[in-house]
Design a protein around this ligand. Structure first.
Ligand code: AMP
Length: 116
């Protein structure tokens, strides 16, 4: 049994978050500690702990995450200048919350992809 994280409570609106989009598959909300002018997290509504745990049955939710990322990038006005989509996995990836999430980050030049 995989343990729920704070993100499940955000999905169920049990704790406050700046939710920008929600449907039957995914939820998107602003990161509480933004690393750029736009920093949004897009997550599946059902709990998938890490990228390692993705199954065939998750395909619809994962596809929707991508669709919503593109839509929100346009709404934020960062689609033309560009942005970065990031999904961290486990310790070396720097994952802190074990409910997979796509970071949509932009609104300024983001520099090199990885810090040295
Ligand atoms: P990661 O390191 O990829 O697991 O990223 C976790 C992200 O979740 C971090 O950018 C945090 O700032 C963000 N975060 C943690 N708790 C909350 C919260 N309650 N609401 C919004 N974002 C959160």
């Amino acid at each position: 049994m995989v343990e729920e994280t704070i993100f499940s409570k955000i999905i169920r609106r049990e704790i406050p978050a700046d939710i920008l989009y929600q449907d039957e598959l995914v939820t998107a909300f602003r990161d509480i500690s933004p690393q750029a002018p736009t920093h949004i997290l897009i997550i599946p509504n059902h709990l998938i702990a890490t990228a390692n745990d993705v199954k065939q049955s998750d395909e619809a939710a994962l596809g929707r995450m991508m669709i919503v990322a593109a839509r929100l990038a346009k709404e934020e006005g960062i689609d033309e200048d560009g942005y970065r989509l990031i999904m961290n996995c486990n310790k070396h990836g720097g994952q802190e919350v074990y409910h997979i999430h796509m970071h949509l980050v932009g609104g300024k030049p983001l520099g090199p992809m990885l810090s040295k």
